[in-house]
Ligand binder design. Structure first.
Ligand code: HEM
Length: 402
């Protein structure tokens, strides 16, 4: 057995812009030295699909960094700092079960299925405004869609969205660990706090509507969640429903620009669009995550000591050649039946995964019908890799269909 600290590993610059632009060559180089591990400036990167699958399930030996992130960001005493320590993703045991239990029913497959007409209405309304333009940055377009569905789920009028859009954007990037952005991160967080605070107060005035917000307020009244937890949960849901799904849709459009025939078929057939989304969930997805080891463990003869920081590149784990044949080929008909790691593993498995997948399926189906023959017209700009990864600018032109 060897300790991870004694292994000779490739050192990868995961916080560098070049890594976010194209992480695969770095990963391929790392795999030549070690099958499933690499070193980085933040901790050890678990590069293999199977190793991610196995290790991320060791919930009792791992924890999501909270205080550690606050230290890196110098965010002690800020509202965002409190969120980073308290949020559901960082909690465990009874507290995690209590928080998750207060909202989980709304995100089950049955409820999501009932929301599909809302998704269709939301995307079709946005396309009515945007498709006639003939050209735009797809990233600007995509940011409007999933958040509308989240607003609808929480019974929030859509005219409340524009003033908080930027704050959601900033919050989404806050876990990329860019220390110099801390003042605007806190400002954005305070704006989100005031927004959810007003929503709760307003609901008290106008009365119940029978939606998720009522369920959450009720959980607060019954003592299942505190007033602060209620507000933090709402911020988590708005933010999670905004940044990740939007980025998945943009990554998918980028894949479609390289596969016009598959894109055309997405417009013809929702069932085919679902297969394409499934393949995208293997190929490239937005969320990466980290854990701190709380109890030393051994995995495939490597000792991982307590206090080690592990980073899981979920966004590209589906391109592991040990599991997927010809992994760089985008093929919706590929035979492998492995589950995507895009939504994590273990107790923090994404709560919104059915909602996110349905959003993107409905989205790409309608987009492909109204935005035909899309062509790239400029540079693709990528986000940094840690945290929520993806494309921040995807300029396209196309032939609009009314
Ligand atoms: C493509 C879209 C999405 C992706 C790729 C994604 C990815 C993830 C991942 C990887 C995790 C686990 C993180 C970890 O274990 O460290 C997670 C957790 C979570 N996601 Fe998502 N997510 C998406 C959309 C959504 C949506 C639409 C919602 C709904 C509001 C949502 C709500 C959550 C929540 C609440 C958690 C925390 C669960 C817990 O701690 O038990 N996500 N997501």
């Amino acid at each position: 057995m060897t300790s991870v600290t004694e292994l000779e590993l490739e050192r990868l610059p995961i916080q560098a812009a070049e890594f976010g632009d194209d992480p695969m060559p770095y990963l391929e180089q790392a795999r030549r030295k070690h099958e499933w591990l690499a070193a980085t400036e933040l901790g050890y990167l678990v590069t293999g699909y199977r190793a991610i699958d196995d290790i991320l399930r060791l919930d009792t030996k791992l924890k999501m960094p909270g205080e550690e992130i606050v230290d890196i960001m110098g965010a002690q005493g800020t509202g965002w700092g409190e969120f980073a320590i308290d949020q559901m993703l960082v909690s465990s045991g009874e507290r995690h079960a209590r928080l998750r239990g207060s909202v989980s029913a709304a995100f089950g497959p049955g409820n999501v299925k009932r929301m599909r007409p809302i998704m269709r209405d939301a995307i079709s309304g946005i396309l009515d405004d945007w498709a006639p333009k003939g050209a735009f940055d797809f990233a600007n377009f995509a940011r409007l869609f999933p958040v509308r569905v989240m607003f609808s789920l929480l019974g929030t009028p859509i005219d409340r969205l524009p003033p908080i859009m930027e704050s959601l954007e900033i919050h989404g990037e806050s876990f990329n660990l860019e220390v110099e952005k801390m003042p605007i991160i806190e400002e954005g967080y305070q704006r989100l706090w005031r927004f959810v605070d007003e929503l709760i107060e307003e609901r008290g005035r106008v009365g119940e509507k029978g939606d998720l917000l009522d369920t959450m307020i009720d959980a607060n009244r019954r003592g299942q969640v505190s007033a602060k937890e209620l507000r933090q949960l709402l911020i988590l849901l708005f933010a999670a429903g905004f940044d990740t799904t939007k980025n998945l849709l943009i990554l998918l459009m980028y894949s479609m620009l390289q596969h016009p025939e598959l894109y055309r078929r997405c417009g013809d057939d929702l069932e085919y669009a679902r297969k394409v989304v499934k393949e995208q969930l293997r190929f490239a997805t937005p969320s990466n995550t980290m854990r701190i080891v709380t109890e030393t463990f051994v995995y495939r003869d490597v000792v991982i000591p307590a206090r080690t920081m592990l980073i899981f590149p979920l966004g590209i784990s589906g391109r592991d050649p040990a599991v997927f044949s010809d992994p760089m080929r985008f093929d919706p008909d590929r035979p492998e039946g492995h589950q995507t790691e895009a939504f994590g593993r273990g107790m923090h498995l994404c709560l919104g995964k059915f909602l996110a997948v349905a959003n993107v399926e409905e989205g790409i189906h309608q987009i492909a019908r109204r935005i035909t023959h899309p062509r790239l017209t400029g540079d693709v700009k990528w986000k940094l890799f840690p945290g929520v990864w993806g494309i921040k600018s995807l300029p396209i032109e196309f032939d609009p269909v009314p």
